[in-house]
Design a protein around this ligand. Structure first.
Ligand code: ADP
Ligand code: MG
Length: 420
């Protein structure tokens, strides 16, 4: 059914926990890179004022600075977030402080959606996927899920009756049109009570994707496949295939893979006998870079694609603004335009069903990318923006609070905590 998204927000936030917000927005500021550190002129433009508030200072000469150049002041934009993670934050701290609770929701048959938003090179892939040595939230979520369901999975079960309708709903043609590299996982979880009663463990079958050898059957439809997996390692394999397809598609299009979305979904079904007791999806999305089209000149097919991606991010912004409005004002509900892009159509289930969404805003701190960063921050939904023009003199007194050149905020964590 077409819902505005309001009813689910209201019921969800009340049923789970009165203080829970349906849409959480986390800010993660990445450390300066070596190159950025060697460019001594760039002192950074981000100040973390507390664990919830960040400020952006317009550097001299930036486009947004012009209007206030004539005056005596310097522009300061403040934004608030559910929680802010500074450049010193580790992958473990980030996962524990953000997505961990949503993984628990997912295990209790509630949907969870996580997506990263920011320009290319802001740290989206690092945050979502990470590296082998320093894994991001996706491998950590997989690990947590499999640890939880280990020993309670069905073996060699025909999943097709359960899958057919869902596969259609996800509309692979449209996904392909947006060049989403989507790898989807499927796990079967035995009803908890039954497995305790039987006191025996079973594992699920796994299936094949492309040239990778999983045993069992594969359920695929064009580019979009549901793959039944048994272990986090198998799940990671699916992710690697998805990423390979993503970069292959990008190479063919003569562009960078940062212009495509990567959406990874795990589906979990609780069964008692043949009856479905609960079904939930956890989607982790590494979205295309949010940089605006006019910076890089694009032609023909590439232009069309850039247009599509920009459009889907634009609609995403509209949906988030409407959701934010509905969250703040439950009397006057805004229409949420999920149907206007393929990307947001995918997200609709989470917003309108039982579930929660998290947006991760990734930024770097360089003054040289101030304009793009400001654009990203303005997009970031629950972030309440307050624009102030402060006298230049008082900026100097704020200087010690700027993020240091070693990538650490000059305001220590204790000082930040002490403010609350
Ligand atoms: P994006 O996916 O947004 O284009 P990446 O995740 O690829 O950006 O990050 C760009 C570079 O910065 C990579 O080399 C990455 O390893 C590094 N990086 C990003 N975030 C962090 C972080 N929090 N700590 C350390 N390095 C980071
Ligand atoms: Mg990336």
């Amino acid at each position: 059914p077409e819902l505005s998204g309001l009813s689910s927000i209201t019921s969800q936030s009340e049923s789970v926990d009165g203080s829970e917000q349906q849409l959480r927005v986390y800010l993660r500021v990445r450390p300066f890179s070596k190159e950025e550190l060697s460019n001594n002129e760039d002192q950074g433009c981000v100040v973390l004022e507390s664990t919830e508030t960040a400020a952006l200072y317009a550097p001299k000469g930036s486009a947004t600075m012009k209007s206030s150049e004539k005056g005596i002041g310097q522009q300061l934009h403040k934004f608030s977030f559910t929680k802010i993670f500074g450049p010193e934050s580790t992958q473990t701290e980030f996962f524990d402080g953000t997505i961990k609770s949503q993984v628990q929701d997912f295990l209790q048959s509630r949907n969870a959606l996580v997506f990263s938003y920011g320009v290319t090179n802001a740290g989206k892939t690092h945050t979502i996927q990470g590296s082998q040595k320093d894994p991001g939230i996706l491998p950590r979520a997989l690990d947590a899920v499999f640890r939880h369901i280990s020993g309670r999975m069905y073996e060699h079960m025909d999943l097709r009756p359960y899958l057919s309708s869902d596969v259609q709903k996800l509309d692979p043609d449209q996904l392909r049109a947006e060049r989403c590299a989507k790898a989807a996982l499927f796990s079967l979880l035995k009803e908890e009570s039954e497995s305790i009663r039987n006191g025996q463990s079973r594992s699920s079958s796994s299936s094949s994707i492309n040239s990778l050898s999983f045993s069992g059957v594969s359920y695929d439809q064009t580019d979009l496949r549901w793959v039944n997996v048994q272990t986090p390692e198998e799940a990671s394999k699916v992710l690697r295939v998805g990423n390979r397809n993503r970069s292959a598609a990008a190479t063919k299009m003569n562009q960078s893979s940062s212009r495509s979305h990567s959406i990874f979904t795990i589906k979990l079904m609780r069964l008692d006998g043949g009856d479905v007791q609960g079904m939930s999806e956890l989607s982790l999305c590494d979205l295309a870079g949010s940089e605006r089209c006019n910076k890089t000149r694009t032609f023909g097919e590439r232009l069309k694609e850039a247009g599509n991606i920009n459009n889907s991010l634009l609609i995403l912004g509209k949906c988030i603004a409407a959701l934010r409005n509905n969250q703040n004002d439950r009397v006057k509900s805004s229409y949420v335009p999920f149907r206007e892009s393929k990307l947001t159509r995918l997200f609709q289930g989470v917003f309108c069903g039982r579930g929660r969404a998290s947006m991760i805003v990734n930024i770097n701190q360089c003054a040289s990318t101030y304009d793009e960063t400001l654009h990203v921050m303005k997009f970031s939904a629950v972030a309440k923006e307050v624009l102030q023009v402060i006298p230049s003199r008082s900026l100097e007194s704020l200087a010690p609070r700027l993020i240091g050149r070693d990538g650490k905020p000059l305001l220590s964590n204790q000082e930040i905590d002490g403010q609350h």
